[in-house]
Ligand binder design. Structure first.
Ligand SMILES: [Zn+2]
Length: 246
């Protein structure tokens, strides 16, 4: 192999390594769309506990109450091209039984990713939590079209509308709790992140009660992010628990 060939194979290998680890090389449509996310991370294609799924055939059970103790946080939003993410200041906790998870961020999907029986919502909010031992918990809150949401009214004028733009408004304080329903009954199942690398072992808590946004509020964020819902994934015999109020 002469130097040109060896340089060529080095460049090819580097490009291959970059695309294998390149988390950025995916989208919601086209050749990098969800059907080809396996090229970014094999678990997206071969995992057996992927999300989102249809919530149906649930097992009613009494589970520990889910408690959220969220603090008011400064507003730090990022336009990540595929979603708008709001990073949360440390110290806000979600507790289920004795297990505690810390809220890291919340972000938006249009339309909703999970489906409940035949009901598809126009939007879903994910609240990403991590425990001290590294385990992951996600709360999903559905949004249905209805009255304007007061909390969103506060956030929307500050949304970063340019790709990769961040919006930091330290003077605006926000509590993620204001984007959750009062009613805390939920479905629980084991799944994955819904974006590459599609990491499994995620404890999903899908709230039954939707909150309301106006059609205009939904249209504004959809206009910024575009459609960013991963298609429904095979359930593969997983249990979906229907937590009864206790
Ligand atoms: Zn999400």
């Amino acid at each position: 192999m002469n130097w040109k060939q060896s340089l060529g194979s080095f460049v090819a290998a580097t490009a291959l390594a970059a695309s294998a680890t390149g988390q950025d090389n995916w989208s919601y449509s086209g050749t990098n769309g969800p059907g080809n996310w396996g090229a970014t991370s094999s678990v997206c294609a071969n995992g057996s506990m992927q999300s989102p799924i249809v919530i149906e055939g649930t097992e009613p059970v009494y589970l520990n109450r889910l408690e959220t103790n969220y603090l008011v946080s400064p507003l730090v939003m990022h336009n990540e091209r595929r979603t708008v993410r709001f990073d949360y200041a440390p110290g806000s906790k979600m507790k289920i039984g004795t297990k505690e998870f810390e809220l890291k961020n919340f972000h938006f999907h249009t339309p909703a990713e999970h489906r409940v029986l035949t009901t598809s919502y126009p939007m879903e909010i994910h609240f990403d939590h991590t425990a001290a031992d590294g385990s992951l918990a996600r709360i999903a809150v559905f949004v249905k079209e209805g009255a304007a949401n007061i909390a969103a009214d506060e956030l929307w004028p500050n949304l970063p509308i340019e790709p990769d733009q961040s919006s930091r408004r330290a003077e605006i304080k926000f509590n993620a709790r204001d984007l959750m329903p009062n009613e805390r009954t939920f479905y629980r199942y084991m799944g994955s992140e819904t974006t590459p690398p599609c990491t499994e072992g995620v404890n999903w808590y899908v709230f039954k009660a939707p909150i309301e946004f106006s059609s205009q509020q939904i249209a504004v964020i959809r206009g910024i992010m575009g459609e960013n819902a991963r298609p429904l994934q095979p359930r593969n015999n997983r249990m979906i628990l229907d937590a009864l109020p206790n």
